[in-house]
Design a protein around this ligand. Structure first.
Ligand code: GLN
Length: 393
């Protein structure tokens, strides 16, 4: 038989998504892959029911249904502080996963370098490989996950085509300050690079932190490809609705890439989601309050159990320190955690370029009762996991 493609040899399937399957196998409370177990806003579901009886069952325009783009342009213009043209500056994609991949293929040639902060959301590794680009990693240092501007400039000296910026950041929960973004912006300008953002957690930010859209920084609109989605904002991860916002010169090319990758996002779902895009500011305030409550509940529970963890400024992930259990493989630890404790987590090594295996990632985008159930199970972590370790020696 002929060989399969070389480009797929250097990465595995997504460990995040694999951990969901492992959690399901052991009926664990799945705090691995980040998605809610509570309902999306009722208005969206009601509208979805209506849409099934209306005429939205064929392809929408490839770069997104007109009314979806208009509603999105209106919302994002308000937030990003500039008038976004729904016809020339938006491509609607199948989730931000496609948006990021299309952005990478839009700006890079095989062999181009791309700066990625580490820790990073695992898709960026595969995105760079699939588009033929080469990642240049720049570390973010705990506990606040700051970067060293000199290390960042050294990476820019390698003449990267782009930098990937996940803000608010998955998995470390960092919200980049204006000053940090300004350092990145100045370097992007000095070394003439694009910035591809992943801003899917734009509405999940904890006071006093604030989200700044990178494209809103002085002179950055021209070189920023802003990627985001409706998944987290409206609790509809399965609808696969994402988008790219960028200047027309970039969007013209992104439209072509997207057209041949997927043709388009699901038409009925775009139509139903317009209801969400038209929500007033109060919706986003309530979302923030809801996640702040969940964060506080979950972190308090972890503190009571006595496990050291990060304190997210945004997004809905916590990194837990599992050094005390002495596992060499965090992947093995997560399998034991799912099987013996009944909680699904993602091994930290999926996110770090550095050799890190003492961290696991849990998320708290779940009903309070689910979080409490996970905390109840975690309370017994020391007896259950030690027992397993002693058995295996
Ligand atoms: N962003 C989510 C996470 O990090 C998962 C998204 C996905 O699986 N597409 O868990």
């Amino acid at each position: 038989m002929p060989e399969l493609s070389k480009r797929t040899e250097t990465f595995t399937d997504s460990v995040i998504r694999r951990m969901t399957r492992i959690s399901n196998q052991y009926s664990a409370v799945n705090l691995s892959q980040g998605f809610p177990d509570f309902e999306p806003p009722r208005e969206l579901l009601d509208r979805l029911a209506e849409v099934t009886k209306e005429d939205f069952h064929q392809y929408s325009i490839t770069w997104g249904a007109q009314n979806f783009r208009e509603a999105l342009a209106k919302k994002q213009s308000r937030l990003m502080g500039r008038e976004i043209n729904p016809n020339e500056e938006i491509v609607v994609t199948c989730g931000s996963t496609e948006a990021m991949m299309a952005a990478m293929m839009t700006v890079t040639n095989p062999g181009d370098k791309v700066i990625v902060f580490s820790p990073f959301y695992e898709n960026y590794g595969a995105d760079t490989i699939l588009s033929g680009a080469e990642p240049v990693y720049v570390p973010l240092y705990p506990p606040n996950f700051h970067f060293n501007p000199e290390e960042l400039e050294a990476a820019f000296r390698q003449k990267p085509k782009a930098l990937i910026l996940c803000n608010p950041s998955n998995p470390c929960g960092k919200v980049f300050t204006y000053d940090e973004l300004k350092i990145i912006a100045d370097l992007a300008e000095k070394y003439d690079a694009f910035v591809i953002t992943d801003e899917v957690y734009e509405h999940i930010v904890y006071a006093p932190h604030k989200h700044t859209y990178f494209a809103s920084l002085p002179k950055m609109w021209e070189r920023t490809i802003s990627c985001s989605s409706l998944s987290k904002t409206y609790s509809i991860t399965g609808w696969r609705l994402g988008y790219i916002i960028a200047p027309p010169r970039i969007i013209d090319v992104a439209k072509k890439v997207h057209d041949f990758l997927t043709v388009g996002a699901a038409a009925p779902l775009q139509e139903a989601a317009v209801t969400g895009l038209n929500f007033g500011d109060n919706y986003y305030k309530q979302l923030q309050d809801k996640y702040t409550e969940k964060r506080d509940l979950f972190l308090k529970g972890l503190d009571t159990i006595g496990i050291a963890h990060t304190v997210p400024q945004g997004a809905y992930y916590v990194l837990l320190d599992i050094s005390e259990f002495g596992y060499e493989s965090d992947l093995e630890f997560c399998e034991v955690l799912a099987k013996d404790v009944g909680v699904g987590a993602v091994p930290g090594s999926s996110f770090f370029r550095e050799n890190v295996n003492h961290l696991i990632r849990l998320h708290f985008a779940k009903k309070n009762e689910t979080l409490n159930e996970a905390l109840n199970r975690l309370e017994h972590i020391r007896t259950k996991i030690q027992k397993h370790s002693s058995l295996s020696f």
